[in-house]
Design a protein around this ligand. Structure first.
Ligand code: SAH
Ligand code: SF4
Ligand code: F3S
Length: 490
């Protein structure tokens, strides 16, 4: 997911009297946290609303990854200050403003100094204290809680109600790992999220069971470095790898599709690669950021692998799962990057052939080693390289999408489409797919013949008589599906 996306969770009404507006910026971790905050505040009497204007409590769940993402928060806070003042002058109940997430962690007190309208600043590791913190700022605004506490926040969070889960959709994120010890020299995450920690296997399984009971059909196991997962497994008394966790999720009788994100190339163990061949429920899509293709720049970024290591890894993964869709993140214009270095990135992209990717201009971040370097690349050079890279990545994405035309893919339908009579879902390769079909198929995996690849989604058709086969295995395993379903339908 693009860390620059602005995401708003689905809202559920429950008859509570106070209104909560949460706006989330950044990555998958923030999307998950925003839902957990809403769950935590429901028993406190808060219902979610889609507009800030009538909210009693506004939470900005922020992202610090690039300067643009970070500065967005302060312009948003400027608008909220006016809203707060207008409410006060109209004699309406006061609105409280909370800054949460990674900017909260990084800037702390500075936020209160820059914007007096803020009542509370709370970091990603202490938001489980929100109910208490909100009581404390009731008569005395201006509190900051950005601890890295001894207690585990997951032990204090509230499970979502089945109603909330159902409204949020059939595909859900589950945080299994947090934080990062990698310290890439461009990145703020190890400072904003802290050291790597993994949730115990049983806790993850229990959360997934609850989600599935409420209608979820696909889980994405998430973490900043999800494949560094090493949660305690009560079944063995030892720590489990991500591959073991995936196997345990796949063995649940609940039968869900499984994805995971984001992975670091250095943590792609042999067991995880093998899972892409062996675990039918594990979808053939892998987001594996490489950042750059020049060994000199990879070393300067502290990535601790070479371009060749990455290419060899891709070859092993493709040997396990030939049709896997690969995705990556790229940065152009890291300090010291020359034209030749950038050409090496293009050469790597050419060699791999990505199904999708996110790419960004390098943004110097305070406190990271990259920001202190004297050999910063000029903005116009970064921008030109980014534009060139994006043309190539977009061509690859379109080519990948075109290659699925004519195939039959099991699509998990998620929501009504944009046009009447349409439904929309995701292919195993995480492509958006829409077809003409009834809403009753939402939440089900159905074989779809792909007819056309548009710029942003695939268009397909349902295969008559093939929307329920009685067997569940075909839903997950697309190897051989084309032949099996087409044969059955003629
Ligand atoms: N492993 C993480 C990466 C988080 S940041 C995860 O869970 O997704 C996502 C992407 O943002 C990185 O892969 C990198 O490509 C980009 N990024 C991070 N810091 C950046 C910076 N200072 N400038 C530009 N892009 C950056
Ligand atoms: Fe940031 Fe690197 Fe950690 Fe990813 S692996 S979160 S890019 S420091
Ligand atoms: Fe942004 Fe924090 Fe995620 S900095 S990308 S919200 S971990």
């Amino acid at each position: 997911m693009s860390p620059d996306q602005t995401l708003e969770p689905a809202r559920v009404a429950s008859g509570n009297s106070r209104k909560l507006f949460v706006k989330s910026y950044g990555c998958q971790m923030n999307v998950y946290d925003a839902s957990r905050m809403a769950d935590l505040l429901a028993p406190e009497g808060y219902d979610e609303t889609t507009v800030p204007d009538d909210a009693d409590l506004i939470i900005l769940n922020t992202c610090h990854i690039r300067e643009l993402a970070s500065e967005k928060v302060f312009s948003e806070l400027g608008k909220l200050r006016l809203l707060k003042a207008a409410r006060q002058s109209e004699g309406k109940p006061p609105v409280r403003i909370v800054v949460a997430g990674c900017v909260a962690q990084a800037e702390g007190e500075e936020i209160l100094r820059r914007q007096k309208a803020v009542d509370l600043v709370v970091g990603p590791q202490t938001y489980h204290r929100l109910p208490d913190l909100l009581r404390r700022v009731e008569g005395k605004p201006g509190l900051v809680d950005t601890d890295f506490p001894a207690e585990d926040k997951f032990d204090h969070l509230v499970a979502p109600s089945p109603e909330k889960t159902a409204v949020r959709g059939v595909s859900a994120f589950v945080t299994v790992q947090e934080g990062c010890d990698k310290f890439c020299s461009f990145c703020v995450v190890p400072y904003t999220r802290g050291a790597e920690v993994s949730r115990p296997v049983e806790a993850v399984l229990a959360e997934i069971k609850g989600l599935v009971a409420a209608g979820v059909r696909e889980v994405t196991l998430i973490g900043q470095n999800v494949n560094a997962y090493h949660g305690f497994d009560a079944a063995t008394g030892a720590s489990a790898s991500l591959a073991t966790l995936i196997a345990r999720v796949a063995a649940l009788p609940e039968h869900v599709r499984i994805r995971y994100t984001t992975s670091h190339p250095n943590d792609m163990g042999a067991d995880l690669i093998a899972a892409h061949s062996d675990v039918v429920a594990l979808m053939p899509f892998l987001h594996l950021p490489v950042q750059a293709g020049s060994d000199r720049i990879l070393a300067a970024m502290n990535r601790r692998h070479t371009a060749r290591d990455y290419l060899d890894l891709v070859a092993s993964i493709r040997a396990a799962r030939p049709d896997i869709a690969l995705s990556s993140d790229f940065i152009t214009g890291f300090p010291g990057e020359t034209d030749a270095d950038f050409e090496a990135t293009l050469a790597l992209v050419e060699e791999v052939g990505f199904a999708s990717a996110f790419s960004f201009k390098y943004s110097p971040r305070p406190g990271t080693p990259g920001a202190d370097r004297s050999d910063q690349v000029p903005e116009d050079v970064k921008a030109l390289r980014l534009a060139k890279l994006q043309v190539m990545l977009e061509d690859q994405r379109q080519a990948f999408n075109r290659a699925t035309v004519g195939r039959v893919l099991p699509v998990l339908f998620e929501k009504p489409g944009r046009h009447a009579g349409q439904i929309a879902g995701k292919s195993p390769y995480l492509q958006a797919v829409h077809v003409e079909g009834p809403n009753v198929l939402i939440g089900r995996v159905v074989p779809v013949e792909i007819l056309e690849a548009g710029p942003n989604s695939l268009h397909g058709r349902l295969i008559p008589g093939q929307d329920a086969t009685g067997s569940r295995d075909w839903e997950q395993d697309i190897r051989g599906l084309d032949a099996a379903v087409v044969e059955a339908s003629v």
